[in-house]
Design a binder for this molecule. Structure first.
Ligand code: AMP
Length: 175
């Protein structure tokens, strides 16, 4: 158990980058937090507390979700399932496409990544409009698993992303 950094101290290590990757987006850059070993360990401990206790595994979303999901899964002694961008997973996949502000995007999961025995918590860095997390939830449900909830590092509440999610979402930081 390591909580040397409070949640607000962790927030100070997240850098705002205006107009990335396109004009009008204030990008939340977690690389300074990840580079600080004590902060990263504290972050893992704080995020692990957001995972519903009856979860049997985690699913994380490419790509920053992988970093957080792997750390939390290891901390909790749970397995990790990957939700990836198209063409990255080598075995048979389920796919789900969803609308973006401009255009559409797709996520995939291995058809055998989860089963009806699994109770999975979905992990990502940022909940914005909710399209990405909702697509991950659809894919997890398609495998037959139960989604126990979502654990996010940060939620951009003004975008109301949690309205798109069926399972309960918990976020460490709210903006
Ligand atoms: P959305 O589908 O709109 O909820 O967007 C969530 C996904 O986009 C997450 O996987 C985030 O990594 C990324 N994302 C969205 N907005 C931001 C932001 N302001 N800063 C960093 N990442 C973001």
């Amino acid at each position: 158990m390591n909580t040397s950094h409070s949640v607000s101290q962790l927030g100070e290590l997240i850098r705002d980058v205006p107009d990335f990757p396109k004009p009008g987006i204030l990008f939340k850059d977690i690389t300074p937090l990840l580079a600080d070993p004590q902060a990263f360990r504290s972050l893992t401990t704080h995020l692990a507390k957001l995972v519903p206790p009856h979860s049997t595994c985690l699913a994380s979303i490419e790509s920053r979700g992988f970093i957080l999901g792997a750390a939390i899964a290891n901390h909790l002694g749970l397995g990790l399932v990957l939700v990836r961008k198209p063409g990255k997973l080598p075995f048979s996949t389920f796919s789900h496409s969803y609308d973006l502000e401009y255009g559409r995007d797709t996520l995939q999961i291995h058809v055998d990544a989860l089963s009806s025995q699994d109770h999975v918590c979905i992990v990502d860095d940022v909940l914005a409009t909710g399209g990405t997390a909702s697509a991950a939830e659809v894919l997890c449900l398609e495998t037959g698993a139960t989604v126990t909830g979502f654990a996010f590092l940060m939620e951009l509440g003004f975008l109301s992303g949690r309205k798109k999610l069926k399972a309960q979402a918990q976020s460490l930081m709210h903006l």
